[in-house]
Design a protein around this ligand. Structure first.
Ligand SMILES: Nc1ncnc2c1ncn2[C@@H]1O[C@H](COP(=O)(O)OP(=O)(O)OP(=O)(O)O)[C@@H](O)[C@H]1O
Ligand SMILES: [Mg+2]
Length: 739
């Protein structure tokens, strides 16, 4: 056997050599699962003389597929181009291009992306007279998608549709599917559904692929959904040479239909399955691994796994709670620059992970300021996002209506019944009369044959003109809120209720935060000034093509990847774990967040930063979040104590705590300053403490007074309790004692 297999440990080798029969490799992060898969492919070809075209390897993303092919290439040398290494979707496309005619589709079908899907759904809803105010296309779309995941055809779905909403979805689903077929198109879910359909209806096709793919491997098996599970099951049912690898602790796509039981039930589905556990982690330092283990051990119902490493203890984990999100971003930039200048690191050694895409905005701006090249992976950079461009287009239109592109962008967003025919006519009029688009809109009554839409156009131009007048007496934040309110932009997103829509709402909130920041920092804030500032940032943020760059991404996108240094930003309750997961009250939701935290931590090889902020501006409002519960699940001993006060001990560290508080107050315009309690006392009630003092509360222990504000017959006192976060208390009831 070739020398390259000597680098594998005993269990890994066992997994590589076990080529016949079902095999489950269930192992924690960084234990070499993906590495085993690549070596297994090499072994099958080189030692077992299996033809490359008899091998199918499925990865979760195209990026992972590309990496796996490269790794196999470097192991085997030649022949690897004949192996099928791809995602579920690309695998299915290849199969369908050859055989979909068997179920009445043309082999040259087109694939619909989300935008195409939405257009089609909209058409169907119109034809069926479904009220788009009551039923949002995105929400219907996501119901259809989840039906497809479960292999529910329109007919089957109809049979189960007892509730009114389901009956509406059922009607749309039936027509949608019909129209897809007429258009000879498949959506993304169909790629899997139709492949399974071909396999079930055409035994000869299934038989061909069962024979072809004698050896099947699936990476990240814990995140497969039902239809993917059926697909793999059908293919593997003849030879049963199926090797799946995964980690139940890294299942993070439940919201997309991933079913963790697929991995937990593998032994039931495939009797005689060999199960191999890999227990050695090769990726991370001892400290990082220990932190990950401590966090995940708080989840119930796990498969029993232990993970150790022979790597060095390495640096302690750098946990820091900074003053606010700006300071957090500044700290990251500083650390990266320090690492490059004094530790010989490269930009590409660093990854910044966060819970929601909206968090990237502040970081992007800081990096631009400090000339740190970066790239957003699996997402769009902040100012390129659709909703941000839309709202900015409104602001541009209000500011200066000669920007035709901006006006055209929003003339029918959200939809107000102004269609392309109208727009074309207005464009022609503008061209012929040499006026800009907005002016042409204002003169709509002069344009022939426009009676029907002229009212709608008039309402739009009126709306813009009114805001133009009102803005003289309004802050920019209020102006933007007016736009959002009166257009119903956010309301529409709320009604959609999908994860994507929530993400967009978060991003709009982030834009409001940006505006608030701008207004606070600028002596004479103007809309024009703001738009100029943003235009500059939006222009520069184009580092995308470079390879030696810091990468920014959500923890979801980081699955399977590794980096020497990892920052996790926003370790605060309400952000991570998310507010939704906390407020749902479901243990499962917090557990999914905890798995995500485990994924995040285990991306790091040498250096891990867990960062949070005392205060964070969300939707233009300063929020004081508690330290993330996940931080509290990590033993303080693993934190770099030189920088971090252990959470529980903080109140004893009086001096540094005070010092901290003062700089905190300085940077926080929202907090009433020190002389606040010299304001007229409500009634005859006085306090014996002031802002900056430490006080003791019966339940929350010692905390620091951040603000005091008279309110009726009492004071509202804002206190930062290290054990419980920032609380607003009524002084009489709270009975706080100076500590
Ligand atoms: N036996 C080994 N000797 C040396 N390095 C190894 C060994 N096994 C794995 N590694 C290295 O450890 C790191 C993690 O491996 P790999 O990415 O395959 O883990 P994984 O289990 O797939 O992780 P994840 O759960 O995050 O997907 C890689 O850098 C890999 O090269
Ligand atoms: Mg992996």
């Amino acid at each position: 056997m070739d020398k390259k297999y000597d680098s594998l440990n005993k269990d890994q080798k066992k997994a590589v050599l076990h080529t016949e029969g079902p095999l489950l490799i269930l192992a924690g992060a960084g234990s070499g699962k993906t590495r085993v898969l690549t070596h297994r492919i090499a072994y099958l070809i080189e030692e077992k003389k299996v033809a490359p075209w008899n091998i199918l390897a499925i990865t979760f993303t195209n990026k992972a597929a590309k990496e796996m092919r490269e790794r196999v290439d470097s192991l085997v040398g030649s022949g690897s181009e004949d192996i099928w290494v791809s995602t579920f979707h690309s695998t299915c496309v290849k199969i369908l291009r050859r055989h979909i005619d068997k179920i009445g589709y043309d082999r040259y079908f087109t694939i619909y992306d989300t935008d195409d899907q939405k257009k089609l759904i909209r058409d169907c809803m119109k034809q069926l007279n479904v009220d788009p105010k009551q039923f949002k296309e995105n929400s219907i779309l996501s119901s259809i998608s989840s039906a497809k995941d479960k292999l529910l055809t329109p007919k089957k779905f109809e049979k189960q549709a007892y509730e009114y909403r389901d009956q509406v979805v059922s009607k749309v689903y039936t027509m949608y599917q019909d129209r897809l077929k007429k258009n000879n198109a498949l959506d993304f879910d169909d790629l899997l559904v139709k492949t399974v359909e071909v396999f079930r209806l055409c035994p000869d096709v299934l038989s061909y692929y069962q024979d072809k793919f004698r050896y099947i491997m699936v990476d990240e098996y814990q995140d497969t959904n039902h239809v993917q599970y059926i697909f793999v099951g059908l293919l593997a049912s003849r030879y049963k040479n199926l090797c799946v690898v995964g980690d139940d602790d890294q299942s993070i796509y439940r919201f997309r239909g991933a079913d963790i039981s697929n991995i937990l039930d593998f032994e039931k589905d495939f009797r005689n399955a060999e199960v191999i556990k890999l227990e050695q982690n090769y990726r991370s330092s001892k400290n990082i691994l220990e932190a990950a283990n401590q966090v995940i051990s708080n989840n119930y119902g796990r498969k029993n796994k232990t993970l150790y490493t022979d790597n060095e203890s390495g640096d302690l984990i750098n946990y820091r709670c900074l003053q606010n999100e700006q300071a957090e971003a500044e700290f990251m930039a500083g650390e990266i620059i320090k690492g490059i200048e004094s530790e010989g690191r490269d930009f590409k050694d660093y990854a910044i992970l966060y819970r929601t895409n909206a968090q990237s905005r502040v970081i992007e701006e800081r990096f631009i300021l400090n000339n740190i090249p970066y790239k957003i992976v699996g997402g769009t950079s902040f100012y390129q996002r659709r909703e941000i461009k839309d709202i900015l287009a409104y602001l541009k239109t209000i500011n200066n209506s000669t920007d035709d592109i901006a006006v055209k962008r929003i003339i029918n967003v959200p939809r107000r019944g102004i269609g392309t025919t109208t727009i074309n006519k207005v464009e022609n009029y503008a061209y012929n009369n040499d006026v800009n688009f907005f002016d042409a809109l204002c003169e709509v009554s002069q344009i022939p044959n426009m009676t029907r839409s002229s009212k709608k156009v008039g309402a739009f131009t009126h709306f813009i003109k009114v805001l133009r007048v009102e803005m003289a007496t309004m802050s920019l934040v209020d102006l933007t809120n007016e736009v959002i309110e009166r257009t119903g932009y956010v309301k529409e997103l709320e009604a959609e209720g999908t994860d994507e829509a929530h993400g967009r709402i978060d991003n709009i909130g982030e834009l409001i935060s940006k505006l608030t920041e701008y207004e606070n920092n600028e002596e004479e804030p103007t809309l024009n000034g703001f738009l100029e500032e943003v235009a500059l940032i939006a222009d520069i943020d184009n580092y995308n093509e470079e390879t030696n760059v810091v990468v920014l991404m959500t923890m979801h996108s980081a699955k399977g990847l590794e980096f020497p240094c990892v920052f996790i930003s926003g370790m605060e309750d309400g952000l991570f774990p998310s507010y939704m997961s906390i407020s749902s009250g479901q243990q499962e939701d917090i557990e999914e967040e905890r798995r995500l935290c485990y994924v995040g931590i285990t991306r790091a090889k040498q250096k891990l930063y867990l960062l949070g902020a005392n205060s964070r501006m969300i939707r233009g409002m300063t929020q004081y979040n508690q330290v993330s519960r996940f931080i509290k699940e990590i033993n303080n001993k693993l934190f770099d104590l030189e920088y971090t006060k252990p959470v529980q001990d903080m109140p004893n560290e009086k001096t540094s705590f005070r010092k901290n508080a003062h700089s905190f107050l300085k940077s926080n315009p929202y907090v009433v300053k020190k002389n606040a309690n010299k304001m007229p006392a409500p009634g005859n009630f006085t306090l014996n403490y002031e802002v900056g003092d430490l006080v003791k509360h019966m339940k929350f222990g010692i905390g620091e007074v951040l603000a005091i504000q008279p309110g009726g017959a009492d004071y509202e006192v804002t206190v930062n309790f290290p054990s419980a976060g920032v609380k607003k208390l009524m002084a009489r009831l709270a009975n706080l004692k100076k500590a």
